[in-house]
Design a protein around this ligand. Sequence first.
Ligand SMILES: Cc1ncc(COP(=O)(O)O)c(C=O)c1O
Length: 378
Amino acid sequence: MRRIYLDYNASTPIDPAVAAAMTPFLENHYGNPSSGHWAAAAAKAAIETARGQVAALLGCEADEIVFTSGGSEANNLALKGVFFALRDRGDHVITTRVEHPAIIEPCRFLERLGAQVSTLPVDGTGRIDPDDLRREITPRTVLISIMHANNEVGTIQPIEECARIARAHGVLFHTDAAQSVGKIPTGVNDLGVDLLSIAGHKAYAPKGVGALFVRREALLEPLIHGAGHERGRRAGTESALLAVGLGKACELARDLAPMIRVRALRDRFWHALQEQFGARVVLNGNPAHRLPNTLNVSFVGEVGAEILARLDGIAASTGSACHSGRIELSPVLESMGVPPAIGIGAIRFSLGRRTTADEIDAVVQRLAGVLPALVTTS
Ligand SMILES: Cc1ncc(COP(=O)(O)O)c(C=O)c1O
């Protein structure tokens, strides 16, 4: 059975250049970066080079980068860190209904500590309306967190406009850019954000590493207190191995040219599906404001998970989950108002740098094979 990987939004393979950069830190350079002797020097220098590479991708200063264990920790640090630091000033946080659980759950946790959390609705394509944000801001608002691009449907939010609104009200603005790094521009000054999360394993680095951009003026209480690593923002002996991997991946991610090919493949995929299945296949997400690699489609009248089960060897994700024998829509599709009959037929295909035209054609063929009843005769 031919294996085809179309789940790059779930995770990416480690780029060979990333693995090569990391190897010396697996085999040598074991010193503690905080030590003052020869064994520390290579690790310490490599971490700072890596920090510079992450900063170069995001267009910020190196000292504004905090290494974390991944996107979830970066999001937790942003939300809880700002909330705890600004507790005296206010208790109101604004986010959206389509965030990743790594935002939703920390918000729920903060609510248990007394935070007021507002969640902005989205339209049928998964986009928020900046006017809704304007209306939600109160003198008690301390943080706004709106994801850059959605992991399920790829919809890109109007971050620049939302960040301008936040700034005009003197409120800190965070964006979860775990899905957008390396796919679309993520310069923090162009976006106008104060905090931005990235996740290594979504961008060809290993799992277990990520970063949070924290603008110099932004106050942040650390989640992990200890020996003052990362300028007091995250304690724990730094991993040069993981930092180097993320740094190299960020260097590669600055080149968005591979996304031109990926977008063309994604569009070829969509057109082939439309040709094959006509009106029985519908697009989920925003047709224009969407990640170039993401294609979330619903096969009307079908169950996404059942289709995937029949597509042996093809790795992709569904937009529905089976809970106690009932198929439930993903909260993202639900928030978008996708009718259940359409939503349960959703499959997310996400392409990446290694995806080939041959793979796309093979998947379309396999789909036509497992869904013969849907083939149109026109
Ligand atoms: C939008 C978004 N944010 C955060 C995360 C969590 O990142 P990590 O897996 O590195 O903790 C993910 C991963 O699925 C994601 O897609």
